[in-house]
Design a protein around this ligand. Structure first.
Ligand SMILES: *[C@@H]1O[C@H](CO)[C@@H](O)[C@H](O)[C@H]1NC(C)=O
Length: 231
């Protein structure tokens, strides 16, 4: 849907907050489409400095996906991180003159520097486990949504806060992850792959040591790390 169809009614509804909302039938609820502005409730001060650094997708063919996101959607490759012989992740961003990606970064070099110092925002991470030559390659593996990656000022403080709220924690910062279940799935590693590729699994576990992993109410995995990396 074009953004204006969502934004315009929202702005009008906000402007007319004290009068009956436009397009509203008096007695029996709104006409559709209907857009309600969100409440102006400020976020908890203890979440100051939380932001989304990246969303991760598990892909079947990294070459194909990188080319598609570049050619169809205009992303640039920031870097490729090879955690193990079979496991690679590629970080993508929209760079540009207005400094998309956060922290005023404009070029790939600036965006990568922003990423490395924990300042880059709104990146896309493509996660790939190379199944070629493996028996499990026939089974395809996990694709689609992987996880959302958050940056916070202090991961141990965020961890204590989230635990206090009763949020389901899969792995605390500093703990070795169990890749056999939902953690593996969220990082492109189905259980059968973890079972049969111990060396890769160990390297990937090491790369995840410093992060906190929690679940949202639907079981989506959220990766939380400190501004300056893990503890
Ligand atoms: C991956 O995608 C590339 C580019 O589309 C293609 O050339 C290559 O054959 C694909 N690899 C496999 C294993 O399908």
């Amino acid at each position: 849907m074009h953004l204006k169809h969502i934004l315009l009614p929202t702005l009008l509804a906000t402007a007319h907050a004290c009068t009956p909302a436009l397009g509203t039938r008096a007695a029996d609820g709104p006409d559709f489409p209907s857009t309600q502005p969100g409440p102006d409730t400020p976020p908890s001060p203890s979440t100051a400095g939380y932001f989304v650094n990246h969303a991760a997708l598990n892909v079947r063919n990294l070459t194909r996906s990188v080319a598609w996101y570049r050619d169809a959607l205009g992303f640039q490759v920031l870097f490729t991180f090879r955690a193990s012989p079979r496991y690679s992740v590629v970080y993508l961003a929209h760079s540009g003159p207005t400094g998309e990606g956060g922290a005023g970064a404009q070029t790939v070099v600036e965006l990568t520097a922003a990423m490395m110092s924990g300042r880059a925002r709104g990146l896309l991470e493509l996660v790939y486990f190379d199944r070629s030559g493996l028996e499990s390659g026939e089974r395809g593996g996990s694709t689609g949504f992987g996880h959302v990656g958050l940056i916070v000022p202090d991961v141990l403080q965020a961890q204590a806060r989230l635990e206090g709220l009763g949020v389901q924690v899969l792995k605390r910062a500093g703990e070795v992850p169990d890749l056999g279940g939902p953690v593996g799935e969220a990082f492109g590693l189905p259980a059968d792959v973890v079972e049969t590729n111990a060396a890769d699994a160990e390297l990937i576990s090491g790369a995840l040591l410093g992060v906190l992993l929690v679940l949202d109410p639907d079981g989506n995995l959220i990766e939380v790390q400190s501004l300056s990396g893990g503890p």
